[in-house]
Every structure is written in structure tokens, then in C-alpha cells.
Design a protein around this ligand. Sequence first.
Ligand code: APR
Ligand code: ZN
Length: 374
Amino acid sequence: STAGKVIKCKAAVAWEPNKPLVIEEIEVAPPEANEVRIKIVATGLCHSDLYHLYEGMHKDGFPTILGHEAAGIVESIGPGVTEFQPGDKVIPIFLSQCKECCFCKSPKTNQCIVAWKRVIMESLVGAESRITCKGKKIFQFVGTSTFSEYTVIDQIAVAKIDPAAPLDKVCLIGCGICTGYGAAVNTAKVDSGSTCAVFGLGAVGLAAVMGCKAAGAKRIIAVDINPEKADKAKVLGATNYVNPKDHNKPIHEVLAEMTNGGVDFSVECVGRVDVMRSALESCLPAWGVCVIVGWTQVSEVAIQPTDLIAGRTLKGSLFGGFKSKDGVPQMVKAYMDKKLQVDEFITHNMTLDQINDAIELMKLGKCIRTVMNV
Ligand code: APR
Ligand code: ZN
């Protein structure tokens, strides 16, 4: 058994921003109190990994191991862990649920104070790390680091899932699927018969489309500047596709004409401040709700106060508003019960060695999700 011992294994290390990842041998220490060591089986690549690598400007956040959308098997547990056993199938989560803080105890939020301290306040840099490479401490990006054969994670950021779940599919529930689906269902609270617009048709936006449909939306307008995304959006429930580049007036005016003045709900799944403003302006005055999902910290969004005074609501959503440890197993169950589509999001399968190819595909907009066998 490897329990209690340092594990030497393979991982994709990001030594510095804007450089390809390097497959290295790393050392993963045994889990300490309340931690679990996980053998990662499959991991997706999400736009947030790229954001950290190329845009986040957290020069202090390197070297790091990226990756936060994964599934694996518990290898060993640290002192004080009673919820997990070696062999359990799990999904790591970047947003913890300690179940003890005032946020966790409130039904009003899925935020967790521990998560704010560990990860988010440090601008998604990372938590305390159990990983070293060539004698250097490696940051654990958002506390997970799933581009690695093994990782160590605090038990408040690990969800136990159905042992029958296929890990090379449900890994996507660890980020993109919950983030988009929940933004529509939990945060926007899309209601039946409504008209929705989803901006950005990556995995997050497509999951938002799926969430709008599940909530009973009558019209779902999918917006993306890449027309190759239109077909998949329709598979997941979009009723219309609009390419802003096909029009010579602002996209919110196009949507207003299509909908008698604006949509009931809009969800921004791009991470660009100009699109955020468009998403807000696309909402109907009086009751339109705009939810921001796309992540950026490098620029600010300008809005016209009267857009809000007129009755629109602007909200943000992290991990789709799901309390993470509770929500992830439920979403896995929904998939197993065939009430949630996941396979449709996987356009490429690779191995971890091919991570830089997966990054290239995402940069070029040629994939929805690449799942890598680790
Ligand atoms: N208008 C509409 N769509 C756009 C625009 C634009 N101006 N610019 C880019 N897009 C589209 C891209 O063509 C792409 O299809 O947004 C989509 C983004 O998809 P991905 O890069 O696959 O990203 P994804 O993993 O879905 O994440 C989206 O959510 O969680 C956040 O950090 C994440 O900000 C990121 C966002
Ligand atoms: Zn908490």
C-alpha cells in the first residue's frame, strides 16, 4: 500500500505564465489532518485554467498544477477523516462546503467562508500544497490540482459520488456542468415559459442552455461569435442561435427586436466585460435578470445605473449556486438517472501527456470539452 508514503507520480506543471505545461515527476505527500489523497482518473480542461495561465496575471501563483474539473478514487485518508474510505469515487471541488460557517449554514448562498480564505480571496491562486517538484513547492490551483496522477485535498472540498458513475464523464460535473446549469436554475431562477439568452457557448454556456431548458424556458437564444457552436447549442435545447458578427447593430438591440423588448433572463458565460454589459442590456426592463458567470479580474464592467433603476437585476454566480458537497452527488445522480446530459459536452478524449494539445484546441475554439485520462 502507498498509504502514509510520499507518492512519486506524473503531473503537468505550469512553471510560469504563458508557457506550455511540462510533464514532470512530482512528489505528493500523504494527506494531513482532514485531508484525502486522491488518484485522479479523468480531468477536463476548463477556460479558468487558461485564464490563470494566460490572463490572470498572478505571477506569484507559479509554479502551479492547474486543473479543477475531475473525478478520481480515494487512495488514502488523513487523521480525522471519517466521511471517506480508500476506494471511494469522488469529485474534487474548488468551492468548499465546510457546513459550519455562517455562509454554509444559510440557505441563501453556496459560498463558504473557508473557500474565501483558501482560494478566492487569493484570486484563485491556491491553497496550502502537499506537492513538490524538483525540490520546489508547487501551488495547488484552487486547492485541487487535477492535472496530476495524485493530489491531496481538504475533505470539505471533496464530494463522494455514486460508485457506479463513469469517471471519464462525470468529471465535467466538477465545474462546467454545475456552473452553467446552476446559474440558470439556481441563480437566475429561470421560470417556465420564459425567454432566455445565453452568451458564450463553451461548456459553461451550453450547460446554462440545458439549465434554461430544464427550468421550462420557452425560448432560449444562444449567442456566440463562433458559428461552430450553434449545432451543439440546439442539441442542448437552444431554440435560436445568434451570431453578433452577423449584425451591424449592437446585440442587445437584435435581441430586443426578437423578443418584444428584451429577454427575461440572460446568462454571461464568456468572461468579457463588454459581453456582460450586453447581457444586462439585453434584459427586459422591469424584471429582466442578468447573471454573470464568466470570470475576469483584469477589467471592470461599466453599466448605466438607469438600466438597473428600470428594474433589471444583475447577479453573479459561482459554481452555479450549488452548495458543492450537496450538489455534486445530486447532479451525478441526475446524470445516472438520464435526467442530465453530460456525454454531449465531450468532443475530445486525450491522455494527460497531450495537455498542451488540449489547451491549443480550447484556445482555437475547436472543442467543447477535452477529457483527459490521467
Ligand atoms: N460574444 C459571444 N460569445 C463569445 C464572445 C463574444 N464577444 N467572445 C467569445 N465568445 C465565446 C467563444 O466563442 C466560446 O465559444 O465564448 C465561449 C467561451 O467558451 P470556452 O472558452 O469553452 O469557456 P468555458 O470553459 O465554457 O468557460 C466560460 O465561464 O467559468 C467561466 O472562467 C470561465 O470565463 C470562463 C467562462
Ligand atoms: Zn463553509
